[in-house]
Design a protein. Structure first.
Length: 220
């Protein structure tokens, strides 16, 4: 009797492992498909005079299991929202993007890059400032010295400088002036310094402290 129970248990276990293997295989294939989409878009955008690609096909996650890369799907839906032509599609894909980032955070709550991606999508969706800045605060708690967190937080803070609390303004200044503390080089901020308004505010802060990077030299 005990032998039969043992054999039955092994059979059930083997069946479950087989099912998990099939699910993982399907999820991995779909994850790679989405990553290829995003890679192609990035290459197209980086090419000189390149045409920014659009995604004409809609791909839905085949499962909600632990093997789906919800962050990649969040970025995928974000791009669909960006390239959509009608308001209904923009709203639909924007909400799906945030939803996917939230699902990824349920699996990886300490991944600051996912928090930042979610915050940026909320920003694009027109979410309330307090709700968005709270996401950036959390990202800084779990990934204070991550370059992606530093860069994205700095850009958002500079874009919303008048609305920032004193603490957040001090954090912004610290990112710029104490960049070595965050394992950053000043030249890594060039992409921010070239932006309108945001770059001007960064350059003003740097100039006030007698720092004049290349991209700030032509500003009044």
């Amino acid at each position: 009797m005990h032998e039969r129970v043992g054999i039955l248990t092994l059979m059930v276990g083997a069946l479950l492992l087989m099912m998990l293997s099939l699910i993982k295989g399907a999820d991995d294939w779909q994850n790679q498909t989405i990553r290829n989409y995003l890679s192609d878009i990035k290459k197209s955008a980086e090419q000189e005079n390149g045409t920014i690609g659009t995604l004409n096909s809609l791909v839905e996650p085949v499962s909600q299991g632990p093997f789906i890369d919800h962050q990649a799907f969040g970025l995928y839906y974000s791009w669909l929202a960006f390239t959509a032509q009608d308001k209904a599609s923009i709203e639909k894909f924007s909400l799906k993007s945030v939803e996917q980032f939230q699902l990824q955070l349920a699996q990886r709550p300490l991944d600051s890059s996912v928090v930042i991606d979610k915050a940026n999508q909320m920003w694009r969706n027109g979410a309330d400032f307090d709700a968005v800045v709270a996401e950036f605060h959390y990202a800084q708690e779990v990934g204070r010295y991550e370059p992606f967190t530093v860069m994205q937080s700095l850009e958002y803070y500079l874009a919303h400088w008048p609305q920032l609390s004193l603490t957040d303004k001090k954090q912004t200044i610290s990112y710029l002036l104490d960049h070595k503390r965050y394992k950053m080089k000043l030249w890594q901020y060039d992409s921010i310094l070239k932006l309108p308004v945001v770059g001007e505010r960064a350059c003003n802060i740097l100039a006030f402290n007698s720092v004049k990077p290349y991209y700030c030299r032509n500003q009044n």
